[in-house]
Design a protein around this ligand. Structure first.
Ligand code: NAI
Ligand code: MG
Length: 336
C-alpha cells in the first residue's frame, strides 16, 4: 500500500482532485489517501496557508499529490507552492510536453521534457524596497553550484534512462553573467559525463522563438527557475494548453505531483475544469511509486476517450462535456 498525502487546493482544485482520485481508485492500485490542506481556503479559515499538520504529513509520507493553490498577486502571503518545494528540497520540477491524441494544437509530434530548477533563481521572491516612498524595488536571484549540479545531473540522468538524445540548457549568461553564467558553466562540466548525449545551450529569448518555430527539435530541456516557469507554460501551449500538462516536483527524499496550471478562478465551480493535467501528474506519481502498469492503463483509457468520445471531454480541448462526464468516460473504459 502507498500512503499519499492529498491536497485538493483552491479554485478548480477540489473538482479535479475528486476526478483524479475517482479514476485512480478505479484501477487495481492500493493507495491510502491522507487528506491535508493548504492554500487560500485554509488561510481564510485559520490565518495559516500552510498548516503544521500538512507539513508533518508530507514529512512522514514523503509523497504528495496536490491541486493548484491560489497565491495573492502583489501583496499577501507568499506562494505555498514555492514554500513546499523549498522546504522539502524538491529541486527537480519535471514538466513533460508531449502531443496528446485528438487535441487541437498548432503543432504535432511534440515530445519534450523540461527540467526546471525549483528552489532558487529569481523565483525565491527575495525583494525589498530601496527607498521609503516605495518607488524603487530590487529583487535578488540566487544560483549555487550545488543546486545547479543537482538539477542538470537529474536532466542528463533522465535523458540517459529514457533513451533521449539531446539536452538543451537555457540561460541568459550574456547579461546575467554570474547567476545564469554559473548555471551554464556547471552544465558544460556535467555534460562531459554524458558523451553519448548531445549538449546544446541557448539564450532564453532565442529559445522562446525556437520553441514556437520548430518545437520538434527539442528533447530534454534544463533551465533556471523563472525561465522554466515561463517556458513550461509555453511548452503546454504547443500541445493544446494547460489542461493537458502534468508535472512532478522531485527531491532526493520526497516528491510532490501537481499540474502546471493554477487554480483557474475564472472557471472554478462550473464543472469546466479539465482534470487531465492533474491526472497526468498523478500518472507520473504512479510511475515514481513503481505502479507503471496502472499508469499505462489509465493513460490508454484517457487516449481512448480523447479519440472516441471527444464530446465527453472538457471545452478547453474542444469537447462539449464536463469534468464529470470525462471522469465517468475514463472509469467506464477502465471497468472493462
Ligand atoms: P491558471 O493556470 O490558473 O489559468 C490560466 C488559464 O488557463 C485560465 O483561463 C484558466 O481557466 C485556464 N486553465 C487552467 N487550468 C485549466 C484546466 N485544468 N482546465 C481548463 N482550463 C484551465 O493561471 P492564473 O490565472 O495565472 O493563476 C490563477 C491562480 O493560480 C493564481 O493565484 C496563481 O498564483 C495560482 N497558480 C498556482 C499554481 C500551483 O498551484 N502550482 C501554478 C500556477 C498558478
Ligand atoms: Mg507557472
Amino acid at each position: 500500500m502507498h500512503n499519499v498525502v492529498l491536497i485538493s487546493g483552491d479554485g478548480i482544485g477540489p473538482e479535479i482532485t475528486k476526478s483524479v482520485r475517482t479514476i485512480i481508485d478505479s484501477v487495481n492500485v492500493d493507495i491510502n489517501w491522507i487528506e491535508a490542506r493548504a492554500g487560500e481556503g485554509v488561510y481564510n479559515e485559520t490565518g495559516n496557508p500552510l498548516p503544521d499538520e500538512t507539513l508533518e504529513a508530507i514529512k512522514k509520507h514523503r509523497i504528495a499529490l496536490k491541486g493548484p493553490l491560489t497565491t495573492p498577486v502583489g501583496a499577501g502571503f507568499r506562494s505555498i507552492n514555492v514554500a513546499l518545494r523549498q522546504k522539502f528540497d524538491l529541486y527537480s520540477n519535471i514538466r513533460p510536453a508531449k502531443s496528446v491524441p485528438n487535441v487541437n494544437s498548432n503543432f504535432k509530434n511534440v515530445d519534450m521534457v523540461l527540467f526546471r530548477e525549483n528552489t532558487q533563481g529569481l523565483y525565491i521572491g527575495k525583494e525589498h524596497w530601496v527607498d521609503k516612498e516605495e518607488k524603487h524595488a530590487e529583487s535578488i536571484a540566487v544560483v549555487t553550484e550545488d543546486a545547479s549540479k543537482k538539477i542538470i545531473t537529474a536532466a542528463f540522468e533522465y535523458a540517459k534512462n529514457n533513451n533521449r538524445k539531446k539536452v538543451t540548457l537555457v540561460h541568459k549568461a550574456n547579461i546575467l553573467k554570474l547567476t545564469t553564467g554559473l548555471f551554464l558553466k556547471v552544465g558544460k562540466e556535467v555534460s562531459k559525463n554524458y558523451p553519448e548525449i548531445e549538449f546544446q545551450d541557448l539564450i532564453v529569448d532565442n529559445m522562446a522563438m525556437q520553441m514556437v518555430i520548430n518545437p520538434q527539435q527539442f528533447d530534454v530541456i534544463v533551465t533556471t527557475n523563472l525561465f522554466g516557469d515561463i517556458l513550461s507554460d509555453l511548452a503546454s501551449g504547443l500541445i493544446g494548453g494547460l489542461g493537458v500538462t502534468g508535472a512532478a516536483n522531485i527531491g532526493d527524499d520526497a516528491a510532490m505531483f501537481e499540474a502546471v496550471h493554477g487554480s483557474a478562478p475564472d472557471i472554478a465551480g462550473k464543472g469546466l475544469a479539465n482534470p487531465i493535467a492533474m491526472l497526468f501528474s498523478a500518472l507520473m506519481m504512479l510511475d515514481y511509486l513503481g505502479e507503471k502498469k496502472a499508469s499505462e492503463r489509465i493513460r490508454s483509457a484517457v487516449y481512448a476517450v480523447l479519440l472516441d468520445h471527444k464530446e465527453l471531454c472538457t471545452k478547453d480541448i474542444g469537447g462539449n462535456g464536463t469534468t464529470e462526464s470525462f471522469t465517468n468516460a475514463v472509469c467506464n473504459i477502465l471497468k472493462d
